[in-house]
Design a protein around this ligand. Sequence first.
Ligand code: GDP
Ligand code: MG
Length: 979
Amino acid sequence: MKSYTGYSKGFDDEEEDPGLPPKMASAPAKYGAKKKATRKKPVQQQAASKMSKAPVFKAQVMKKMAYDSDGSNGSIEDDEDHDDVEDNEEGSFVAAKSTMQAKSADLFQAQRTKMAQKAAQPRPDTEGLIDSLVFRRAYQQAVENGDPQPWGWSKLMIIGQGAAGKTSTVRSLLGLDPVETWESTVGVDLKVTSADDWKQRDHAETDFNLMLHKAAAQIVKEGEHPRQAGAKSKGPAPERTSRRFSKTVLGFFGLRRSSAKSAKTGDAAPASEMEEEVDHDGAAQNAAAPPASLMEQEEVARAINLDWARKLTNSEDTPLRFAIWDYGGQDVFYALHHVFLTKYGVYVLVFDMRQILADQESVIEYLRFWLNSVKLHAPNAPIVMVGTYADEVTTDDEYQRIEGILRRDVGTKLLVQVIKDSEARRSFFPMNNASASPTRGEKLRQIIENCAADQDYVKQKVSLRWIRILTDLVEDSAQQYVSMAHVRSLGSSYGVTGEELSHMLRFFNEIGALVHLDANETLSKNVVTQPQWLLNKLSRVIADEMHIESLYYDPELQRLGLAEDFERMRKMGVASYELLDFLWDGDEVDFLIEFMNSAMLLSPWPFNDKREYLVTSLLRDDSDTLAAEQGDGAQAIDPSEFEGGAACALDFSEFYLPDGVFQRLVPICAEYSARDEDSSLPRLSRQSAQIAFGWNEFLLEADHGQDIIRITFKPDAEDVGENIKVIVSMFRALKDNVMQNLKWKLVLFSQKNPAQGADYEDLVGARARKASKVRDTQGRAAKVSEFGIFFQSEETLGSLVSDESGGESSTSTAPADLTQDAAAATSEGFDVFISHKQSSGGDQVAILYEKLQQHGLRVWFDERMPVITKPAMEEGVKHSSAFLLFLSRGVFSSGYVKFELQTALEAGKPIILVHESDTQRLGYSDFGEYIQTAPVFAQEARLFELVESIPFQRRYYLEKPFVDELSKRIRAATAAHTH
Ligand SMILES: Nc1nc2c(ncn2[C@@H]2O[C@H](COP(=O)(O)OP(=O)(O)O)[C@@H](O)[C@H]2O)c(=O)[nH]1
Ligand SMILES: [Mg+2]
């Protein structure tokens, strides 16, 4: 195992080293000024106003060329399907740059060789001079290239039951004095440390400087090996560009790149072949500014510290740093696990050894819970189990007993990621947090360091450009979040734009350096640079009685007349907007609501005139309180009403049923329920809910003993299959959003024998084979006919467990008569003209076409048109009441889309925007990408400022509301048109 201490120690000598670079506070005024100007902008600020600053930065790079000693050709590595355009555009610039680089590279190479020769001889007096020149070049080169450096950071997550000794263990790790009184941690407490000394420090470490020194030292070091250096001078070093690097990171995440190849499969239609001619997928890159310098040269000069740099060149070590997340024990926070228990971290699971000996059952249960949670959200992360109270539990005998329990009952033997103490032959590490010795944490520190040093993400190389951006973002700890517009402009100033920027943010989010969720637009508008801020805000809503007690007596609550609202939230989980606004001091209320909503911790409660939200984690165990609160006619849940009704279950017994599933399913159901005015009010409690979709009522029950969620319909319920499909699609949405690794299946119960369940897939198979019997979940025979009620609407609904209509291509071939209908409609005109890019939006638009036609709308859609020529398109646009632009990846690179849009704008047609919302597939995760790539005439028409785009929905339960909304907008446009 490598030692990770030497290098960092060197860095920490900084106090005595007067020549060391100043902290980032003294970064050149350029950055400071820019930051001040853009940081304070409100989140809602239209990103459209932030356009590329390309000309300015180009000038800066030109100025730097004289100092460029890079051996590479300076152009950005081509990435299969990108950049051709960019290279052409920048052609002359790149050529000029490489000539000069070649020159300075020769010079630099000569110096390096000289250095290497000198190393063997006694050093003459001029040595310092040459050294400083070499290092100056090296720094400059590192700055210009944005050389990738090992990331070196790891999250260290301290988890376990309340009062188990988590906070004390953190104190032991940091060498702080033990504390005697227990103060329960609320939410999560964040600390930062470095493995060289394990002293707590500021988050605003000079990451960039640290990595820059390392990069420069490496360059010099490589220069000392003539063979290696020779090979380098022949051509560009492949890993030296940020573009190439982003590819490494893509591979690291197992992400799919939108390559021309994959996007264009199935493009057989003649329309798309035509499109091909004008299609440049690289158009998005047009907007990218050329890579700019990460540091002014004067700053580079100041950054050089010879002694220190020489020391670094001889060091193999990688600095290792930790962000320590000390979790509160409150189970109300379990709902946030998917946000914070991310893949890339080391987990320390703390338990009280006295307790496991005294009260096995409960400790086993919570250890299992935590191990499962880690397995669910971070399946490959190492887990270190720590047993506290080693001052009281001291004998080997006791440790043996604990080991037995852990192996036998908790199953740590089977969990490969549990770190074993091979010396002591144990799967846990005893810890005495009461000891005053500063070395009490030494062994644990060593184990954690070793675990972390082994992790791929720690060794993962990250572009200096990324580090520079991160440093700029987090250095100001007073700034707790920034707008995406700011991040985008900061990114482009360092040459990180578009997809690379999105991937960078995803990486930083996964790694826990900041919080950025890109599931939807409102969310991606902010980047939270201080995760603690988010946690503190959430703690004001999701908290147990103990932590919220002081709020009951807050005079401000009374003064604002919110005491009742507060009571209502605490009793029945329904919070008013005004109350949230108060709890969050008016900070980013909409963003925080959206954050909780996307984490499915809260959902609109649309049963009142007031703006209210349901926070399920605050629900009580019984539904009486809720019923009483709701007043008129509201009742408690009555299970007897459901006896004899059709029943099925989401079955998780193969793994386990995490808390959050039921908690999240309920608000989605409740919200859906409100869409139908025939629905009666939901009746809710912590573990069960009675919900109506129109006249169909069902009971949802979480059974954590059996690890199932049971769904029982009233005996008179009609569309059982339809409703199961809706509920399953809701569940799939939450699983895909927050619990990807959750294993599950749908089990249907026999109507005759409600205790007998059979796997839905098995039943489907048996029915296909026309078998009369099927094996039930216990392996016994069951009659297929007894499950008939679930298959009544089979023909219309298709499978109960799939909800992505977008994946099925049944709609892509147009029946002949539809084409004729369309032709006939030409004379009378159309309600809407659909414009789209075939390769990334074709399938979605084919679905839209069908759905809108079903709504009785007359739609112009090229795939269904008898004639597709430019004049025909122009006619189509002019004879349509509204113009629908479907936004998918690379949409503005299509010449037809631009032509159609321009025609529509000139004809003054009302524009409707729909965007692909699946960011992993064909949409952009950052809506700003559409804005940036839009043609100038669209920007001048303020297209994105005046029209709110609707996300395209595939999910079964979202599709209908989506199409309803869309046709409403089209009809509104049509009505306006006819006036
Ligand atoms: N004697 C002794 N007390 C401990 C030990 N670890 C924790 N404690 C005490 O247990 C209580 C709870 O510890 P704390 O770290 O706050 O628990 P947390 O809720 O898991 O963070 C505190 O009063 C600590 O002083 C230990 O190893 N030995
Ligand atoms: Mg604590």
